[in-house]
Design a protein around this ligand. Structure first.
Ligand code: LLP
Length: 380
C-alpha cells in the first residue's frame, strides 16, 4: 500500500485502492511456481472482477473460473479464449448452459446428475457436444470457516461417491457429453496445507474409480482455496505458492498425459487491495472508544459474515501511542464492526483508515443496503 498516493489523492471515501505493482508481483510468483510443473491457473473471477485486475490475469496468460453467465460474458469480452473458461456452480440455468455450449468453453463443471441430464438435453437440442468436467465432492474437511467449506458431504457442492452407480449409468446414456476431467474445490482461506494433501489422496483414489469404468480424465482441476495471511499483508512470502504447488507435485498421482488445473482467487488478489475510509466520529465508549468510519459492512461484508479479520491501520495518525478502539461502520446493524479493541494510535475525526487485504471478496460483495453506493475505485 502506498500511503502518500492515497493521502494525496483527496478522493471521496470510502473506496477501494488497488496497488497494481503488488498484484503483478503476486501473479508473477504464482506463475513461476506453477510453471515449474506445467500447471494451469484459472483466475476465479468471483474474487474480484474489476477490469484492470482481470486485464492483468489475461496478460499473465491465466484462464478463468466463472460461476455465472455474466462472468462468462465478461471473460469473453475481456479477451479470454472460450477454451480458457471453466464454468462451475450448482444452479446453472438453461441460458447459461446454452451459452457455455455454444461458446465451446473448456469445461462446464457439472455439480449433479440432474444437471448432467439437462446439459445432455440442451447439447442435443443445439446439435452440439458439451465439454464436461464432473465436480466431485471428495468429503475432505478444509478446516476453514464453515461458510466457506465446500468439500463435505453435507455441502451442496459436487457429486458424492455414493451417487457413482447412478452417475456411471447416466453417463453411459449421454451421447452429447464429452467427458474431459474431474473437478474439486474443498473450500477457501485454507492456510494449513494438510487438507490439500488429503485432497490429493482422495483424487488418487477417485480418479482410479473413473478410469476403471472407462472414463479417463484428461485433466484434473483441484480448484482454489489457498489462504492468505491477513495478519501480515506486506510479507513477500504471502501466500506461499511454492509450498502449495510443491505439495500437489509430491502427493498427486498425475498420469503423463494429464494436465493439472487450479482456480485461484483470493491468493492472487487479496493483498493488492485496501478499503480506504475516513473516521467520521470518535465516540466515547464505556470500555473502549468507537472509531466510526464512513465504510461499513456494505463496502466490506467479510467481518460481519465470516467473523473475518482484516488488519486496520490509521494512515494519518500523528501520535505514536496506541489505544484500543472498536472500529465500526455507519450501518444500522451491530454486526457492522470491523474489529473490537483494535490497538491504534490516537485517532481523530477526518483521518484516513486503511482496511487491509481487501482485494478478494471485498468490492465484489459490496451491496446497496441503506441505499448506499460505492465510490469509484483507485488503481495505482
Ligand atoms: N473454485 C470454486 C469452484 C470456488 O467456488 C471458489 C470460491 C474458487 C475456486 C476460488 O477460491 P479461492 O482461491 O478464492 O479461495 N466470499 C468468501 C469466499 C468464497 C469462496 C467461494 N468460492 C470470503 O470472503 O472469504
Amino acid at each position: 500500500m502506498n500511503r502518500s498516493i492515497i493521502q494525496e489523492s483527496g478522493k471521496q471515501t470510502p473506496y477501494y485502492a488497488y496497488d497494481i505493482s503488488v498484484l503483478k508481483q503476486t501473479i508473477d510468483r504464482a506463475r513461476v511456481e506453477a510453471n515449474k510443473y506445467d500447471y494451469h491457473i484459472h483466475y476465479a473471477l468471483k474474487a474480484n472482477s474489476t477490469e484492470p485486475i482481470v486485464r492483468e490475469m489475461l496478460h499473465a496468460g491465466f484462464g478463468v473460473d466463472c460461476v455465472s453467465g455474466q462472468e462468462m460474458e465478461l471473460a469473453l469480452a475481456q479477451g479470454f479464449k472460450s477454451t480458457q473458461i471453466a464454468f462451475a456452480g450448482v444452479g446453472k440455468t438453461d441460458w447459461e448452459i446454452d451459452n457455455a455450449i455454444n461458446s465451446g468453453i473448456f469445461t462446464l463443471n457439472v455439480e449433479s446428475i440432474e444437471e448432467l441430464i439437462v446439459i445432455e438435453e440442451r447439447a442435443k437440442s443445439l446439435g452440439k457436444h458439451a465439454n464436461v468436467a464432473l465436480r466431485i465432492n471428495p468429503d475432505v474437511n478444509a478446516r476453514t470457516h464453515h461458510y466457506i467449506t465446500t468439500g463435505l458431504e453435507e455441502n451442496k457442492f459436487g457429486i458424492s461417491s455414493w451417487m457413482f452407480d447412478r452417475l456411471f449409468e447416466t453417463l453411459g446414456k449421454c451421447n452429447h457429453i464429452e467427458f474431459k476431467g474431474l473437478h474439486f474445490h474443498i473450500g477457501s482461506q485454507i492456510r494449513d496445507l494438510e487438507p490439500f494433501r488429503n485432497l490429493c489422496t482422495r483424487i488418487n483414489h477417485l480418479q482410479g474409480v473413473f478410469i476403471d469404468h472407462g472414463y479417463f480424465p484428461s485433466h484434473i482441476n483441484a480448484g482454489g482455496g489457498l489462504g492468505v495471511d491477513y495478519d501480515d499483508p506486506d510479507s513477500s512470502s504471502n501466500p506461499d505458492f511454492e509450498a502449495f504447488f510443491g505439495l500437489f507435485d509430491t502427493y498427486l498421482d498425475l498420469h503423463p498425459s494429464q494436465t493439472l488445473h487450479f482456480e485461484l482467487g483470493r491468493s492472487l488478489v487479496a493483498n493488492c487491495g485496501d478499503l480506504i475510509s475516513k473516521i467520521v466520529f470518535v465516540k466515547e465508549g464505556q470500555k473502549t472508544n468507537f472509531l466510526i468510519l464512513d465504510a461499513g459492512m456494505t463496502e466490506l461484508i467479510r467481518p460481519a459474515l465470516y467473523q473475518a479479520f482484516h488488519k486496520i491501520e490509521n494512515i494519518e495518525a500523528v501520535s505514536g501511542v496506541n489505544y484500543p478502539y472498536d472500529v465500526v461502520g455507519p450501518i444500522c446493524e451491530s454486526s457492522d464492526c470491523f474489529g473490537k479493541a483494535v490497538m491504534l494510535p490516537e485517532s481523530r475525526r477526518g483521518e484516513l483508515v486503511a482496511i487491509r487485504s481487501a482485494g478478494a471478496y471485498g468490492e465484489c460483495m459490496a451491496n446497496g443496503y441503506n441505499m448506499r453506493t460505492l465510490n469509484p475505485s483507485m488503481f495505482y
